[in-house]
Design a protein around this ligand. Sequence first.
Ligand code: 5GP
Length: 204
Amino acid sequence: MKALQERIRQDGIVLSSQVLKVDSFLNHQVDPMLTMEIGQEFANRFRADGVTKVLTIEASGIHFAMAAAYALRVPFVYAKKKQAVTLTEDVYSVPVYSFTRQETYRISVSKRYLSEGDRVLIVDDFLATGAALLGLVEIIKQSGAKLVGVGAVIEKSFQEGRGKLEQAGVAIHSLARIESMSPGEIRFVEETEKTLAEETSTRC
Ligand code: 5GP
């Protein structure tokens, strides 16, 4: 998604070769126009799959799930990281290890909001190690619902998340795939693929 890539280049801050800060427009202060465009893009890519529910994890996936669900005209559900006192009913639940916070937390979703007949699209802000998204995949398995795919706003393709999800047979659509990054330079996968294709066609 060109507009997203341009915005990442313009306003993203590369903290290290592993960590990208996008909190001026995606996950602290939020650009609602860009967020709605992202939701529309996910909806376009998964519209043919008969999605009945969008699933994400609190907190930084919520606005993207909302935007995608709005475009698809279906409800969205977010997995909770802490068991609220109001969450008294039975839950699907799974432990997730956070590499950014170096701790394991438990995510849960009420059994009332996900069931066998659902066709679920998972949406999240980042695909990095894949731990959070694999946790959501496991929640869907527990519910007996059908996973139609995963939509990630930003994928750090140099980390292992995509490989792990592909191994689990999950269809992935990432709107910006970062191949590598360093302060002052962010390289996207699609651009490298395009350059290689251009080089091949000029050689032929
Ligand atoms: P995972 O490693 O499980 O794929 O990523 C878990 C979560 O860590 C993501 O949903 C995202 O909120 C956060 N995260 C991972 N890498 C980055 C990053 O480079 N920048 C920011 N801002 N968050 C990240």
